[in-house]
Design a binder for this molecule. Structure first.
Ligand code: ATP
Length: 239
């Protein structure tokens, strides 16, 4: 489909001689939330790391907004509108909330808009505004996740690669983060490739889901169809 924001075709990638991902195909349309599901070790994190240029692929194509990303450097991907929020969140714990957020806009040519985006992030996350001068290590798990998301949003991405945002968070905070992602999708047209162990949460906001097993896509379908497929849920999703 030529209108896809992200198109991945035949992607094979890994860390050494033996690939972790095998012939992965998927697409993300503009403004679409796609959940990437699967057991521990299925290759979900590796997929996001490959898409953001941290892991090299040995075969296949990654096209973002019409441009081939295979040989593109991480910085250029960020400029094109891909933001990666890694598992563990990547907050700089020695820096304050404000400094962490500013890092998200340092690379931008339009610094006036980076400042506007920063103000918008504080509106979106009032808890971060209150803790603007606190160091990263003083934040709760939920606040750190919001900071990591906020930092990505200061770059005004079109596609967010989001790895396990619910990890270690209370169900109430996870629900808040999921609701926020849906609001961003609705209000700004943000597209999200969402890796989640918390399958129910992910499918509650996703438009589509891709299920990985041993580095291969075993199914892709509407989120509602995946939720209703008991055999698939038992076989791959553990509920
Ligand atoms: P989890 O939910 O546990 O993070 P995952 O689906 O994200 O699982 P990956 O983290 O992508 O899976 O791991 C897929 C495979 O790649 C695993 O077999 C893992 O051992 C291997 N792997 C992950 N990171 C590395 C690395 N840095 N070097 C070598 N192998 C790795």
């Amino acid at each position: 489909m030529s209108s896809a924001l992200l198109r991945v075709e035949g992607l094979t990638a890994g860390y050494g001689a033996a690939p972790v991902l095998h012939d992965v195909n998927l697409t993300v349309q503009p403004g679409e939330i796609v959940a990437v599901l699967g057991a521990n070790g299925a290759g979900k994190t590796t997929l996001l790391r490959t898409l953001s240029g941290l892991v090299r692929s040995s075969r296949g194509q990654v096209v973002f907004d019409g441009a081939d990303l295979k040989s593109t450097k991480v910085e250029r991907m960020v400029r094109r509108g891909i933001a990666h929020v890694p598992e563990g969140r990547g907050v700089v714990t020695e820096l304050t909330v404000d400094e962490n957020l500013r890092l998200g806009g340092l690379w931008r040519r339009d610094q006036a808009d980076a400042k506007r985006a920063l103000d918008e992030v504080y509106e979106l996350f009032p808890a971060l505004a209150q803790r603007r001068a606190s160091a990263g290590h003083q934040l709760s798990g939920g606040e750190r996740q919001m900071l990591a998301l906020g930092r990505a949003l200061v770059g005004r991405p079109r596609l967010l690669l989001l790895d396990e945002p619910s990890l270690g968070l209370a169900p109430k905070i996870t629900a808040q983060i999921m609701a926020l992602l849906r609001d961003l999708q609705k209000n700004t047209g943000l597209a999200v490739l969402l890796v989640e162990q918390n399958v129910r949460s992910a499918l509650s906001i996703a438009d589509e889901g891709v299920v990985l097993a041993l580095g291969r896509v075993v199914t892709r379908n509407k989120a509602s169809a995946l939720r209703d497929d008991a055999d698939l849920r038992h076989a791959y999703l553990g509920f």
